[in-house]
Design a binder for this molecule. Sequence first.
Ligand SMILES: NC(=O)c1ccc[n+]([C@@H]2O[C@H](COP(=O)([O-])OP(=O)(O)OC[C@H]3O[C@@H](n4cnc5c(N)ncnc54)[C@H](OP(=O)(O)O)[C@@H]3O)[C@@H](O)[C@H]2O)c1
Length: 315
Amino acid sequence: MKAVLLNGITPASEVTLSEVTMPETMPGWVLIKVKAFGMNHSEQILRLHEIENDYIQKPLIPGIECAGEVVQTSGSHFQKGQKVIALMGGMGRSFNGSYAEYALLPVHHVFAVNTSLSWKELAAVPETYFTAWGSLFECLDIKKDDVLLIRGATCTLGYVAIQIAKAIGCKVIATTHRKSKLPLLADADEAVLDTGKLEGMVHGITKALELVGPKTLHDTLCCIEKGGIACNTGVLGGVYALNGFDPVKFIPNGVYLTSFYSNWPSQKIIDEIFSFIKEHKLTPCIGATFGFTNIKEACMALDNSGVNGKIVVEI
Ligand SMILES: NC(=O)c1ccc[n+]([C@@H]2O[C@H](COP(=O)([O-])OP(=O)(O)OC[C@H]3O[C@@H](n4cnc5c(N)ncnc54)[C@H](OP(=O)(O)O)[C@@H]3O)[C@@H](O)[C@H]2O)c1
């Protein structure tokens, strides 16, 4: 089969397809014919930096999510030909992922989907919607009356979080660090230019989704009303940890801090997400589509940050 195989740090311009042996099925793992996959900021981080770490198996087929059909069920509850999605749980890091014609994946990270979305649309859903869903409902406990700040909203996750929050009736204030991108936040109630300090510029915030990450988290916490919650989900600012974290000085009185990690999807939540998409007639947020033979161009588009929305690769 054809796949992308990484051995070390690989700039997008050097990404190619290799001929790779088909994975052999084993109990607890199902073989999926990949129809399309979405690309993620975390795959860029993996390819350009993280791959050097010992905990990454090499050579590695990257890709943390996909949509496809079950080819071999390995005695699982799936049926041959069943439409599924898969994401996370070490996919494309601890074991081979989705940048391939076929992927052998652990049964507990493969989920049945009942949807009329096309393969392309379906591929834009798993990681982005699961993360937006978990951040908004599990972590921020978002309700219709909330005023939600989304910091760093000009990324796929930001656009989808706006979509979901508006669907339940929240007021959404979304930020971007580029003036030229303010029009991309037209679906929010307010689009705000983020110059690094939002405290005093935004008002009435009860919940905040932090996508820029530790770089701006303290300022985000300072924007929130007493009793409100901030969820740190993204790391777009390139700062991954809070060194010298002093909770007393860092977290304002009566404000709550949480975070979301998309590593543990479940069939129940995936079902809820697809029902929500159907009920609210949401259109998956696709920014660009590439064929598998153009994987180099797809990776270049990811690294150049020029695409607004999910980059989807169709096989
Ligand atoms: N916690 C989790 O489990 C989880 C799961 C999924 C994603 N994430 C994280 O969530 C974030 C968004 O992911 P994604 O896949 O939706 O990203 P993406 O669609 O690949 O978006 C990347 C875009 O973010 C924009 N961006 C916005 N604000 C930025 C800032 N302050 N600094 C740098 N870039 C900024 C960049 O464009 P401009 O600079 O032109 O605005 C860039 O094009 C990433 O940090 C990702 O790692 C976390």
